[in-house]
Design a binder for this molecule. Sequence first.
Ligand SMILES: C[S@@+](CC[C@H](N)C(=O)[O-])C[C@H]1O[C@@H](n2cnc3c(N)ncnc32)[C@H](O)[C@@H]1O
Length: 283
Amino acid sequence: MGRREDVIGKWSEEKLGLLEKYLKAYARIMNSQKRKWLKAFHYIDAFAGSGQARAKDEERYIEGSPLRALQCDPPFDCYWFIELSPWRVEKLKSLQSQFPNRKVIIRRGDCNKILREEVIPQITWESKQRALVFLDPYGLQVEWTTVVALAKEKTFDVFVNFPLMAVTRILKRGQSPEPWVEDLLNKVVGNTDWLQQIYRPSEQLRLFGKPPITRPALKAKQLVQIYAEQIFSLFGFVSNPVIMTNSKNAPLYTLFLASHNQTAVKVVNDIFSRYKRLREVGG
Ligand SMILES: C[S@@+](CC[C@H](N)C(=O)[O-])C[C@H]1O[C@@H](n2cnc3c(N)ncnc32)[C@H](O)[C@@H]1O
């Protein structure tokens, strides 16, 4: 049990680097507001993981999102780490013991329930608190109703890692989605009207009296736009996305920030633009 560990690849490390840059900028901005009106600012890691992971192809460890947040200077007033798996929760507890001066709340369970029932009701507009939420699932675990609840309060910035491949994988070419697929996408994206656009009956085959369903390959960029538009309908501002690909150049995830604050999105756009420039030159 104690020997279990997570192993991550290059793109995950890059994702963490981008998150860390925004964590620092967010903490600096929020800290300056504490002298004015702000009572407290929180970091909420809804898919916290185990705190650190081993690099896939090298003998070294990579600091996970909870550890990067705990090391942030200035510190957050409160850290929430939510994680489903028991062994990772144990690792998070030992990480917590290394930071006795930080206020850390660890919860084991499904983050949708914990966010909606415990966290969001505490960080209200009236309480003059703000929070940065990191949504970093492996698959399609973030429920749309959770995103709606976060947006409604207007106190949360949400740094989203949306799993593109988890969606493209279940949308089969040339065959309309099975009911469970449509239900799942509705639960996660909040709307599946866009499926009708993708699964148009082919005109040519319809002339022969057949109504087959066609689907050109769903482009990752289309999907990013669909999800980003959904998010945009709830939050006033959404950053430009970064798309992370695997070694075969297949899109895996997209990262972006949803916020009610234009400056927050501008900060993330700057961080992402610098990263994209470096990536282009192979840095
Ligand atoms: C991509 S990993 C998180 C990595 C972490 N954010 C980091 O960068 O160090 C996703 C984590 O979410 C956990 N998980 C999966 N479903 C969950 C759920 N419904 N609620 C909370 N955690 C969940 C998994 O056990 C896994 O540790």
